[in-house]
Design a protein around this ligand. Structure first.
Ligand code: XUL
Length: 548
């Protein structure tokens, strides 16, 4: 178990539990909403706590590096373990009013015809994993890191009328990690097991099913990450289902808004852990939609950039706008509106590769940023160490250019020699300019960017972010934004279910403020440099992609 537990000695409270099943860990956050306080916060790391599943960073290695799966039984055992830990830590689980959760997006769990009964008859005196070990028609679940479905993406995209048509219909072009292409591959490669599948769940809806003791709906946020949901009408898209796999409609649960109450927490969990019988089990959502709430992104102009292994840029949209180039994604937001998201694979991965290339530590890297001017005298680096998602680049490689900062029309020169100081600045500037360029379709116009993720602790990087986006940047503690978002969704759903009309701004108030004093303002002169340089950067990208 990692993370600290914090409990306030209080007689009786309205507590809400948010869980987050991410790639590497399961986290729980309990909030006392009346007191506007997080009262408990704990994580369980899969590799460390459940070594018998043999995972590395929560995933199972396969001989094919494109194939990445996780064992769904491990998530269930983790749930049992975390609840037991909460009880040991003295969390008054009897005071929890509602539970919701967040799951890594896109991953799929395949259940056989025994699942429904097994969920309804969970025996409280047996571990959850023992109760459920016979319910799978496929032992492992392909997760979002799996990129083995290139052929299936091409088939689905073509059957739906091409890239733009696929994005217009489902919110995204067909992507390898999305659930539809994954289901199609399963049907093609293991037709018998596909035929034995009675129900397909997402990571989120699977764990919601265990909490509620019945097959749970898929919410509009996570449903949009499947290439199977009509993004406008928020119903299953009949053509998308048809071109993905036969009999698919029968195997999918209903779709539901993120605020839907599925029912009460299962009798088994009440008996095992002391939840009251009336505790409401809400639909779960994806980690990104939950983070929208955990970061307080509930109105136009709200945008966040998470600097993690991959960098992710996402923001709130009242109306559904599409990326006609098919690079970005539109998901449902838990508020009932939409969210736009771009996933830039070479995030910390690329920053660390440059740092390590020159044997620097972070101080050395930051010194290089301090020693070089905004705009880097026109030196640009495209850091595609790994195949990139945005823009789509399937062949990894890094490309260095020297551009004429005064005239974007001059053809960029190719730079051959590495240079430590120049490359450190170039990698960060490239990431920020790429995010600016490839998020134009979102039309977000942020008033402030919420910077989150490990690298957001680096103020030198955040200054470049503020300058490139011409926008103040403030840091928010992200580590738990998905679990916090789930707990806040539980509050909203519970209030709505009890007949009140909760407003999102009242629900999130007091929980989502940026870290005090963390705001960084853009420097007007540097911002001017980037306004020009971003066009040269776009030309370099076109040049490199053209040559690939
Ligand atoms: C989003 C995506 C990831 C996962 C991982 O499209 O693939 O952010 O949700 O948690």
């Amino acid at each position: 178990m990692a993370g600290g537990a914090r409990l306030k000695g209080k007689l009786m409270a309205n507590l809400f539990l948010g869980l987050d099943c991410s790639t590497q860990s399961l986290s729980a956050i309990v909030i006392d909403h009346d007191a506007r306080q997080i009262v408990y916060n704990r994580s369980l790391n899969f590799d460390q706590s459940l070594p018998h599943y043999g995972t590395i960073n929560g995933t199972l290695r396969s001989p094919d590096p494109l194939v990445v799966h996780s064992p769904p039984l491990m998530w269930i055992e983790a749930l049992d373990m975390l609840f037991a830990q909460m009880k040991d830590d003295g969390v008054p689980l009897g005071e929890v009013r509602a539970i919701s959760g967040s799951g890594q997006q896109h991953g799929s769990v395949y259940l056989n015809k025994r699942a429904s009964n097994a969920l309804a008859r969970l025996r409280p005196n047996r571990p959850l994993a023992e109760n459920l070990q016979g319910v799978f028609s496929r032992d492992t679940a392909p997760i979002w890191m799996d990129s083995s479905t290139g052929i299936e993406c091409a088939e689905i995209r073509s059957a739906l009328g091409g890239l733009t048509a696929t994005a217009r219909k489902t919110g995204s072009d067909a992507f390898e990690r999305f659930t539809g292409p994954q289901i199609r591959k399963f049907y093609k490669t293991e037709p018998d097991h596909y035929a034995n599948t009675a129900s397909i769940a997402l990571v989120s809806s699977f764990l919601a099913s265990v909490i509620a003791g019945r097959i749970a709906p898929i919410d509009h946020g996570d449903g949009a990450g499947m290439n199977l949901m009509d993004i406008h009408r928020k119903v299953w898209h009949p053509q998308a289902l048809k071109v993905t796999a036969p009999q698919l409609r029968k195997k999918l649960p209903p779709l539901a808004p993120s605020s839907k109450v599925i029912g009460n927490v299962s009798a088994c969990l009440s008996r095992r852990y002391g939840f009251n019988r009336g505790v409401k089990a809400l639909v779960w959502s994806g980690d990104n939609p939950c983070s929208m709430i955990g970061l307080g992104l509930i109105r136009e102009g709200a945008m966040a950039i998470s600097l993690g292994t991959s960098d992710t840029l996402f923001g709130y949209m009242r109306r559904c706008r599409m990326d006609e180039r098919g690079e970005g994604h539109v998901f449902g937001a838990p508020t009932g509106d939409y969210m736009a998201l771009g996933c830039f694979k070479n995030g910390s991965l690329a920053r660390e590769r440059i740092r390590d290339l020159y044997h620097l530590d972070w101080n050395g890297f930051n010194q290089a940023l301090a020693d070089t001017p905004p705009g880097n005298h026109g030196a640009i680096l495209l850091p595609w160490f790994e195949p990139e998602i945005v823009p789509r680049v399937s062949r990894p490689g890094i490309h260095r250019f020297l551009v004429n900062v005064k005239d974007a029309r001059t053809k960029p020169e190719i730079l051959r020699d590495p240079d430590p100081r120049r490359d450190c600045r170039a990698v960060v500037e490239a990431q920020m300019m790429s995010m600016r360029l490839h998020s134009r379709w979102m039309k977000l116009r942020p008033k402030q960017i919420h910077a989150t993720g490990g690298a957001s602790a680096n103020t030198a990087i955040l200054q470049i972010m503020a300058d490139v986006f011409r926008c103040p940047v403030a840091r928010t503690e992200v580590a738990k934004s998905a679990a916090l978002g789930a707990a806040l969704r539980a509050v909203h759903g519970w209030l709505a279910h009890s007949g009140r009309k909760p407003r999102w701004q009242d629900v999130v108030a007091g929980f989502t403020d940026p870290i005090p004093g963390s705001q960084i303002r853009p420097n007007a002169n540097s911002a001017k440099v980037y306004d020009k340089l971003v066009e040269s950067y776009a030309a370099c990208e076109r040049d490199a992609i053209g040559r690939l």
